[in-house]
Design a protein around this ligand. Sequence first.
Ligand SMILES: N[C@@H](CCC(=O)N[C@@H](CS)C(=O)NCC(=O)O)C(=O)O
Length: 358
Amino acid sequence: MYGSRLLKLINHSKPLNVGGSSPRPSSHLLLYRIRTMTSTRDVSGQSDISKLKTDSDGSFKRSPSSFRNFIKNDGKFPPEKGRYHLYVSYSCPWATRTLIARKLKGLEDFIPFSAVSPHMGAQGWPFKNADPSWADADNDPEHPNFQHVKDLYLLADPNYGGRFTVPVLWDKKLDTVVNNESSEIIRIFNTAFNHLLPADKGAIDIYPEAHRQEIDSINEWVYDTVNNGVYKSGFAQSQSAYENAVYPLFKSLDRLEEMLKGKDYLVGDTLTEADIRLFVTTIRFDPVYVGHFKCNLRDIRHGYPNIYLWMRKLYWNNDAFRLSTKFDHIKEHYYWSQTMVNPSRVVAAGPVPDIEPL
Ligand SMILES: N[C@@H](CCC(=O)N[C@@H](CS)C(=O)NCC(=O)O)C(=O)O
């Protein structure tokens, strides 16, 4: 009771510095200490992927995301330049969806981002200061003393009981998570800032009204059998759980191969979120999922020429896709972090190259 009143007081008395570049370490530290004062619980079950539990039949179930707010006029989170910050890992397919959408929509100046180290260990995703061994990572410019993504979640809600996942869309003004569900963050990016963007960027629509039904229906089975299907296959702890994931995965890839025959985009002849959502999985397929997740009935480059051509065109012809893809982060993350799948942490050498030219 006392804690929550104190918290309100602090929240209201905090100086507003939206869009400002100078961090406020001391006020953040104070706020963090107060918000987490009562919380001494062990959160290692939430942060340590090697402690991840499967169901009793050995199958992996992904938990739903917890923070589901939208940025909208007249809401708690209104669209404002510089107010929001995005936390990502280049290795993570869900986070990469948001990087691609951010760049496609020209939101670089509106929403800065920080990328963590790919070494997701017992404490979860580390910022650079917690893992100096990986040069290409950022510290948290908003909370320079923070070591891990979990610190953000515990600042937003000391009682948070979910996993400390990326992406995180953060509100600097209220010092809290706006949304941690990538499928919603890309829809926020698609519309929320349009009136503030130059006309050409504002007009880009990755979820066009005319194609929504088709996009939604593709998303549904692609999410279940492909995006999440590779994880269900790789994290399976029984033969039957593995087979229940891996066969539907390849059935869906066969279906996508047919759909992409002679086409540059999945839906109509325009780039939509359905392409973004499929791309982030197929680009990781040969470098990681074939070996590490045992998704090896076929690979993309030899087994699926239409998918491979569609993917290479997106990668080589569109900066939003290429610059959001870092193969070193991708390979290091999966092979190093998921010790329940790869206890030696040895990172596979191939394929070479990561992706072939067009
Ligand atoms: N539903 C979330 C899933 C995000 C997610 O699972 N991210 C993974 C990385 S690929 C993560 O951060 N996992 C950390 C953990 O589970 O401890 C989304 O799409 O945004």
